[in-house]
Design a protein around this ligand. Structure first.
Ligand SMILES: Cc1ncc(COP(=O)(O)O)c(C=O)c1O
Length: 425
């Protein structure tokens, strides 16, 4: 499609957008009494208007029923988490039994390492991307040390090539080949938080497993953003948070995926707790652990219902819309944003560099050569909410649920004003 940098063209795209009605279903912060253009759904998604009622329902049940809310609440708490598995499985391309919600992301990655990183003297290396999200780096290094190995030797980081801003799949595959039988685990962020790159999860999973390694993915920036087919790709395990594209609320509960081949096993290394014990027998308070036959075997504690409530509200929207429709709009909207950026770049003779490669979801990371920080400040003051990453990068995520094509046009106008204003100073 031939894009145009005009309001009328953007409005025409909005008119044809199947998702345009969803913008009204989210709460927007305001700057100068005007709803913002929100580009930070890759950090914290906006609040769906339905969330409050879901939380209130739990509060009311607690108020009126006390402990009886576990069994007689509007949505009884004792199996509340089960309601999330089916819609979430659709979002990540899994079977419902392979998916559950619990804890938070870094905690879950540690718990999954217990099951999937069992190094030996000969097979102990972990492959990841260079400059992975810091929490993942700390998690990996501390796990390696815990097992008595040296992170500098055990963790192999795949680097970007000199002068390039993205990782090449062939470099990852050849590194896997090079490490060979010493490879115990591959763990990469499925969508990189910094440059928005989508990794070829299917090819990398296959390559890692061909060396006898387990392959897991941190899907914090992937879930609800791109099409995932975890079961089809035969991924061993994955974990993600829910507060970015999943719109479940700040710091909210994480999701995990465990490939079906590991379910129902008693002999798998795993840290265990009473909520992973067979549901039918849980309240018999038995001595020996009988694992659930689904991913819930990895549960430790009874879930935080107040956290699950807004997540369930959000998942109902995902269920209603489906990832196909979301990703279809996401591609078009992100391409339109790219077009707008390039137009502004030409018009004001700026020096933007989009460092996100073609394999992407709905995030564009833009290197602002020159006065980056002052442009960032200008945009924030003028109702464009973006985020800043050192040394000079802004990240823009046009989330298809609540960003419109007119937002992209409007953003271009504000950016242009900011840039020309900058030039005069
Ligand atoms: C890629 C990635 N991994 C891990 C984390 C850590 O998440 P949490 O603080 O929920 O453990 C984040 C947080 O933004 C992230 O973006």
């Amino acid at each position: 499609m031939q894009f145009q940098n005009t309001r009328s063209f953007a409005r025409k795209l909005d008119k044809n957008d199947k998702l345009s009605k969803y913008k009204k279903q989210f709460h927007f912060p305001k700057v100068n009494n005007k709803k913002v253009i929100y580009f930070t759904g890759n950090s914290l998604g906006l609040q769906p208007k339905t969330s409050q009622a879901f939380v209130n329902e739990v509060m009311e049940d607690w108020k009126n029923l006390g402990v009886e809310g576990h069994f007689y609440g509007e949505k009884p708490w004792w199996d509340y988490h089960e309601r999330l598995a089916k819609p979430l499985a659709k979002v990540v391309g899994a079977k419902p039994e392979e998916v559950t919600v619990m804890n938070t992301l870094t905690v879950n990655l540690h718990l999954l390492m217990v099951s999937f990183y069992t190094p030996t003297k000969k097979k102990y290396k972990i492959l990841c991307e260079e400059k992975a999200f810091p929490s993942d780096q700390y998690m990996l290094a501390s796990q390696v040390r815990f097992h008595g190995f040296n992170p500098a030797e055990a963790i192999v980081e795949v680097k970007k090539r000199e002068g390039e801003h993205f990782w090449r799949t062939e470099d990852i595959l050849s590194k896997i080949d090079e490490i060979g039988d010493e490879l115990a685990l591959v763990l990469i962020g499925g969508v990189n938080y910094y440059n928005g790159q989508v990794f070829d999860m299917e090819a990398i999973t296959k390559a890692g497993q061909s060396k006898g390694a387990n392959v897991g993915w941190d899907l914090a920036h992937a879930v609800g953003n791109i099409t995932l087919e975890l079961n089809k790709w035969n991924v061993d395990f994955a974990a993600w948070c829910s507060y970015k594209y999943m719109n479940s609320g700040p710091g909210n509960v994480s999701g995990i995926y465990i490939n079906e081949k590991y379910l129902g096993k008693k002999d798998i290394p795993r840290f265990e707790g009473w909520w992973g014990h067979s549901k039918e027998r849980r309240f018999l308070m038995e001595h020996d652990f009988q694992p659930m036959t689904n991913a819930e075997a990895w549960h430790l504690s009874n879930p935080s219902i107040l956290s699950l409530a807004p997540y369930l509200a959000s998942l109902q929207m995902f269920e209603e819309v489906g990832m196909d429709v979301l990703t279809e709009k996401s591609k078009m909207l992100t391409s339109y944003l790219e077009f707008i950026l390039n137009q502004v770049d030409k018009e004001v003779d700026a020096t933007f560099e989009i460092i996100t490669p073609g394999d992407r979801g709905c995030q564009l990371s833009v290197f602002l050569h020159g006065k980056g920080r002052s442009i960032f400040d200008y945009l924030m003051k003028n109702g464009v909410i973006i985020d800043w990453r050192e040394p000079n990068v802004i990240r823009l995520a046009p989330v298809p649920f609540y960003c419109s094509f007119e937002d992209m046009y409007e953003f271009g106008q504000i950016l242009k004003k900011g840039m020309t204003g900058q030039d005069k100073t």
